[in-house]
Write a protein of this length. Structure first.
Ligand code: SF4
Ligand code: SF4
Length: 487
């Protein structure tokens, strides 16, 4: 029964030796792992021409310049909320998927699973499949064993270092960073990034492996709380499989499980799914892949191990109580007692999908309407207002004009809300009703601005500084006040 007290795998097992297996879940895992690894390692090498003076890496989280370079867009540090929105949408999607299908994130896409599989593949390449690896570990130390183990750890280290380098390439232009690493001219933080990720990869993927998923990962415990009777997880059809073992002539009736233990041997966490739901099961489906050919060989229906909901398991128990089978070794195959999966909309699925879609649509709208020009104005405080010889009053301001495009821009500044206001740019010695300021591409320029107007009663008056891009016509407003001397 899923969600009962959750036994974890036999603690006497110091290490899992997963056996290779073929099947649809295996193929899905391989395809997803290849996609994730391909994106991670090759992503930084994709190029995107932004013109001279700008990085040509398609996706670059440029910590030096404080920019997130994306194809066709540049994110500034104050736009980090786009990333936050994306993470929130991903978290809701993960909660929704976990509520519907248990730990499929763990079994198919979690980096711990993906990288652990790579390490196990390297191990299998050098030491053989499960039985050969177990035999080698139990054998006394010889030069040949030492050589194999050393070669394995060397390949593991290379994989860990390549992973650390690829991680760094997302933050520093990949060809530049690769050259810096190869010529040992990389800076301290680049080395730190590479070594920290390489050490974590080697430790978690090579040495800790499935123990991280079983004993350390908090997600295993958190996601258990999200499941209910409708959550579909990999389960063993005990009503059909038990009593397990090979049927003998004249012996008692037996279930469909012949106790070949293939499902346990292929399990990457060493779990025996036949013992019921376990927190050590990452829902990868490999045990189902292992069992299906056994059933086919016996001429029995597949699905003895399959994705099923606890509600179905309850139905199985009820069916088992009602039914009596006259099993003999020659009896026809016992039919599956699982209730067929009901195609119905799950509230959790609908709510999660609606929330994720809503957030993504909102983010897409906010992203599409991002301004390419932003402005902030700060009134100078000492003094706030200066009386001029002609009887007028002058206030000083600091304007921060940010040109978020990859081309230089000219901005036209006008003052609104204060009658007779005249603008002056002291740096350029320009005066007039409007001022023009050139701002370089992808940069912020601070402009000192004087606003002069006739004095009058009334204290402070709202001052609206209007900045218009002369090229595109885009307008940004800065709200501030104009201070008078007569109160
Ligand atoms: S693979 Fe299938 S038949 Fe073999 S032990 Fe597991 S459940 Fe039983
Ligand atoms: S019990 Fe089956 S689904 Fe669970 S981790 Fe092991 S192989 Fe994967």
């Amino acid at each position: 029964m899923p969600f009962d007290a959750a036994p974890i795998r036999d603690p006497s097992q110091r290490k899992a030796y997963p056996q290779s297996v073929a099947g649809p879940f295996r193929r899905t895992k391989t395809a997803l792992s290849s996609l994730i690894l391909g994106l991670f390692h090759l992503g930084p090498w994709l190029r995107w021409d932004r013109g001279a003076g700008f990085p040509d890496q398609a996706v670059l989280l440029d910590l030096d310049r404080g920019r997130g370079w994306l194809p066709g867009a540049v994110l500034w540090p104050d736009e980090v909320y786009h990333l936050v929105g994306l993470l929130i949408a991903a978290a809701i999607a993960l909660f929704g998927v976990s509520a519907l299908y248990g730990r499929v994130w763990c079994g198919f896409t979690c980096p711990q699973t993906v990288w652990t599989e790579l390490f196990v593949r390297i191990e299998a390449l050098l030491e053989g499949d499960r039985n050969a690896r177990m035999k080698l570990d139990q054998a006394p130390w010889t030069v040949a064993k030492l050589a194999r183990k050393a070669a394995k750890h060397l390949l593991w280290l290379i994989l860990a270092v390549v992973t650390g380098a690829s991680w760094t390439f997302w933050f520093v232009d990949a060809p530049t960073a690769a050259h810096a690493f190869l010529t040992l001219s990389a800076g301290p933080w680049m080395w730190t990034s590479l070594l920290v990720i390489a050490a974590s990869t080697y430790l978690l993927g090579g040495l800790t492996r499935e123990k991280f998923c079983v004993y350390m990962c908090p997600w295993a415990r958190i996601q258990t709380a999200m499941g209910d009777l409708s959550t579909r997880s990999i389960t063993y059809d005990a009503a059909r499989g038990e009593p397990r073992g090979k049927a003998r002539a004249g012996g008692p009736p037996m279930g469909d499980c012949i106790d070949c233990t293939l499902c346990v041997r292929v399990c990457p966490t060493g779990t025996d799914i036949r013992a019921g739901y376990s927190v050590s099961c990452i829902n990868c489906g490999l045990c189902a892949d292992a069992c299906a050919p056994v059933m086919r060989k016996l001429g029995r229906p597949t699905g003895l191990i399959a994705f099923a909901a606890a509600a179905e398991a309850e139905a199985e128990a009820a069916a088992r109580a009602e039914r009596t089978y006259a099993l003999t070794p020659t009896a026809p195959a016992r039919p599956s007692t699982r209730t067929p999966p009901r195609r119905r909309l799950s509230a959790k699925g609908v709510i999660s999908a609606a929330a994720v879609t809503g957030i993504l649509l909102l983010m897409a709208g906010v992203f599409a309407l991002r301004p390419s020009l932003t402005v902030a104005a700060q009134q100078e405080r000492s003094p706030v207002a200066v009386a001029l010889a002609d009887g007028r009053v002058r206030n000083g301001y600091r304007l921060n004009l940010s040109n978020r495009t990859l081309a230089p821009a000219t901005y036209v500044i006008t003052a609104e809300g204060v009658d007779g206001a005249e603008l002056r740019n002291p740096a350029e010695d320009e005066t007039g009703q409007t001022l023009r300021v050139a701002v370089a591409a992808d940069s912020t320029q601070t402009v000192r601005l004087f606003v002069t107007a006739p004095d009058g009663a009334g204290g402070n008056r709202p001052l609206h500084l209007r900045i218009q891009d002369a090229g595109t016509g885009e307008v940004a407003m800065a709200e501030t006040v104009f201070s008078l001397l007569k109160h």
